[in-house]
Design a protein around this ligand. Structure first.
Ligand SMILES: Nc1ncnc2c1ncn2[C@@H]1O[C@H](COP(=O)(O)OP(=O)(O)OP(=O)(O)O)[C@@H](O)[C@H]1O
Length: 331
């Protein structure tokens, strides 16, 4: 469904008299097969939106090639546009228009008849829990309802491939889980291929068949969430103590332990076998009279994968919640 090779985008940056270049995306290769839900993860400024904007024909690449939904991105951008849906971070609904009318006129742009557009629109409203809101103005909807309306807008012309840019940012946990179900249902009931960006590791874990991690414009890891987690190897020990530096020193002495990270009174360290290491460490700390207030041994999470491949925690650059998706006229 998506096959990109060497996709790149450089932006010119001017500061006063000096001009420089920002390599937003630097030679990305990616493949997404039909029917997959693929998550595109990365910290702020990693190049996710730029890649998505190139793949949806909204931004010209400075280098590289791609086919999207069977059409060549560079020579047949109109073909690409006809076959895809794109839901931007900002959404695409005008706040004053009636939701149903907006949906129908959007589908009309794709050559869908008014009768078909209305029928598809009503079906999408039912599937996306928007029943009863056909006449409602988006400005009078909740954030979750508006986000689901944005998604309906991206689907009303029945694309085989849909791009969702941070579909759940700013939604409360229940609205997020609800939207995950809808996205899963798209694939299950319609065979839709979904390519989405997200800042939420739990979202990628719960929803995506495969995850691609981008950092500084390059793909640094890819695989199923389980594959990525097992690639980290070992278990993570976390000990909380007011004597964190001493705990870190003793953790480093555990067999096979990697360098311990100290963050306030929390010390974390990767070890080959968490259970045995924890018992040995607690005995050692007890003998040394070092009190601890919390201990944990756990399997690696996607954030640990992130930390391993990028040297940073995705949580370090946690995205600020965007409470209200602003209305913006996009395609
Ligand atoms: N129009 C532009 N002009 C100049 N630089 C840009 C432009 N668009 C993006 N960039 C830069 O390119 C890099 C990648 O930006 P991009 O928006 O693709 O990242 P992102 O991973 O989507 O980030 P976020 O998660 O914050 O949305 C950043 O350094 C950004 O500042």
């Amino acid at each position: 469904m998506i096959h990109a090779r060497g996709l790149s985008r450089t932006f010119a940056k001017k500061r006063g008299r000096q001009s420089s270049e920002v390599k937003a995306v630097a030679g990305v290769d990616l493949d997404v097969e039909a029917g997959e839900i693929v998550g595109f993860l990365g910290p702020n400024g990693a190049g996710k939106t730029t890649t998505m904007r190139m793949l949806t024909t909204l931004l010209a690449p400075t280098a590289g090639t791609a086919t999207v939904a069977g059409c060549d991105l560079l020579t047949d951008p109109v073909g690409v546009r006809r076959r895809i849906g794109y839901v931007s971070q900002a959404g695409s609904t005008a706040p004053e228009n009636r939701a149903g009318e907006e949906l129908v006129s959007h589908a009309r742009l794709y050559g869908v008849s008014t009768a078909d557009a209305t029928a598809r629109g009503k079906q999408l409203f039912a599937e996306l829990d928007l029943d009863g809101l056909w006449e409602r103005q988006p400005k009078a909807m909740s954030g979750g309802q508006r986000r689901r309306l944005d998604i309906a807008m991206g689907l009303v012309h029945v694309p085989g491939l849909v791009f969702l840019d941070e579909p759940t940012t700013g939604l409360d946990p229940q609205a997020r889980a609800n939207l995950w179900e809808h996205i899963e249902a798209l694939r299950r009931d319609r065979g839709t291929t979904v390519f989405l960006t997200t800042h939420y590791l739990d979202e990628a874990d719960a929803l995506c068949d495969r995850v691609l991690v981008i950092d500084k414009g390059s793909i640094v890891a890819s695989g199923t969430p389980d594959e990525l987690k097992s690639s980290v190897g070992g278990d993570l020990l976390t000990v909380t103590s007011t004597r964190a530096a001493e705990v870190a020193g003793r953790m480093a002495g555990l067999p096979g332990a990697e360098t311990a990270r100290v963050d306030g009174d929390r010390v974390t360290c990767r070890v080959p076998a968490g259970g045995a290491a924890l018992v040995a460490l607690l005995r050692d700390l007890d003998a040394a009279g070092i009190e601890v207030t919390g201990v944990e041994s756990r399997r690696p999470s996607l954030d640990d994968v992130f930390l391993t491949v990028t040297g940073r925690s995705l949580r370090d650059g946690e995205h600020p919640a965007v409470p209200e998706p602003a209305a913006e006229a996009t395609r």
